[in-house]
Design a protein around this ligand. Structure first.
Ligand SMILES: NC(=O)c1ccc[n+]([C@@H]2O[C@H](COP(=O)([O-])OP(=O)(O)OC[C@H]3O[C@@H](n4cnc5c(N)ncnc54)[C@H](O)[C@@H]3O)[C@@H](O)[C@H]2O)c1
Length: 349
């Protein structure tokens, strides 16, 4: 029988999730679309055919005709909705960032553990064909031990969301660009390179995004458990993207290895001193590029498969405790001006 899904929050990203569930229509069906703005819930329900519309998430998580809850809400609502859904024995997919702090994230994982349900975080960057290809190269040791990594993400927030949107509110978003955007790369780097041990960060508010309360510029230094050194630069205050990245997500990514390097400037390239096919200078990788929506299609398919097989998702809530712990350390560093160790993320026995 198909899994029955309640989609909560029908804004921008929910459209990608709806597409994902439609693509996996042999496994699941969205039966209710919920948004506090009724017209948005109705429009989403209509676009999905037979789905019903609702305006209160509290009613949706309790519904007996639902197996799965998909949370596409502002960040401050992730924890209450996920915990209520888990307590109602629903499997849950929740958009990034998992939580606004580590205590919330731990409470969510404990709630799902107690219910025995699947809890996955929508860290879609783990699921794109580009990043899956890069992970396979790293796992094969094509560039040897990774010595250093550099990531860079730049956009103008006001190009995508109007001033006054919840993303401009520190209380509702839980911060600024770190929690909203850097979270993608922190999570991806943990997936590719392992755990992060220490961080340092400088942050500022540019004034270019009127009403923005959280940081919209952040420089972050990272030290991984395995000794890799990393640097990330994130800005919501870029008038233009200066670096020519040809494929989504249009963010600079450079890995420096003992035996070569990988970068995505004007396409993904690899150079390796030890793998013959990549040893003749930087070689452009032939990775079929994917549309934005397709990254989510694979994420949602993986989530549904994990429910079916009871496997731990690649981006499970449990795994994501590490990502939220790093974010917490980054904010602590910016506040104190100190290098900060990533806090332990302890679960109930
Ligand atoms: N993976 C990605 O690349 C990506 C991109 C954008 C956003 N996101 C994440 O997706 C989530 C949602 O972001 P978005 O851009 O879709 O925001 P959005 O503002 O477009 O959508 C959020 C929706 O939630 C609804 N809502 C707010 N409070 C509600 C409540 N109490 N009950 C019911 N509905 C409520 C709003 O009316 C709105 O339609 C966030 O966690 C965000 O970080 C992820």
């Amino acid at each position: 029988m198909k899994l029955r899904v309640g989609l909560i929050g029908c804004g921008k990203i929910a459209r990608m999730h709806a597409h994902g569930f439609q693509t996996a229509s042999d496994l699941a069906e969205v039966v209710v679309c919920c948004d506090e703005r009724e017209e948005i819930a109705q429009a989403m329900a209509l676009s999905l055919g037979s789905a019903k519309a609702a305006t209160r998430w509290q009613d949706v998580v309790e519904r007996e005709d639902i197996d799965v809850v998909d949370v596409c809400l502002p960040h401050y609502l992730h924890a209450p909705v996920v915990i209520a859904a888990a307590q109602a024995k629903k499997h849950v997919l929740v958009e990034k960032p998992f939580a606004t702090n580590l205590a919330e994230a731990i409470a969510m994982v404990n709630a799902a553990d107690q219910a025995g349900t699947v809890l996955m975080v929508g860290q879609h960057q783990r699921y794109g064909s580009d990043h899956r290809h890069i992970k396979a190269l790293l796992d094969r040791g094509v560039i040897g031990r990774v010595l250093a990594v550099r990531v860079d993400s730049n956009q103008l927030l006001s190009d995508y969301y109007p001033s006054g949107h919840w993303l401009f509110s520190k209380a509702q978003a839980g911060g600024g660009i770190v929690i909203s955007v850097a979270v993608h790369k922190i999570d991806l780097l943990r997936y590719l390179l392992g755990e992060i041990r220490r961080v340092a960060s400088f942050q500022s508010i540019s004034g270019l995004n009127v009403g923005m309360e959280g940081e919209d510029i952040a420089a972050i230094s990272l030290e991984f458990e395995n000794g890799t050194v990393g640097e990330g630069f994130f800005t919501f205050a870029a008038r233009h993207r200066p670096i020519p990245i040809t494929t989504y997500p249009f963010e600079l990514f450079i890995l420096y290895g003992e035996e070569g390097m990988i970068h995505n400037i004007q396409g993904w390239h690899v150079y390796s001193t030890k793998v013959k096919e990549y040893s003749n200078g930087p070689t452009r990788l032939d990775i079929p590029s994917q549309e934005y929506a397709e990254w989510f299609d694979y994420e949602i398919w993986h989530f549904l498969e994990c429910i079916e097989t009871r496997a731990e998702p690649i981006s499970s809530g449990r795994d994501n405790l590490g990502t939220i712990a790093v974010l917490e350390a980054i904010y602590q560093s910016a506040k104190t001006g100190q290098v900060v160790g990533v806090p332990p993320h302890i679960l109930e026995e």
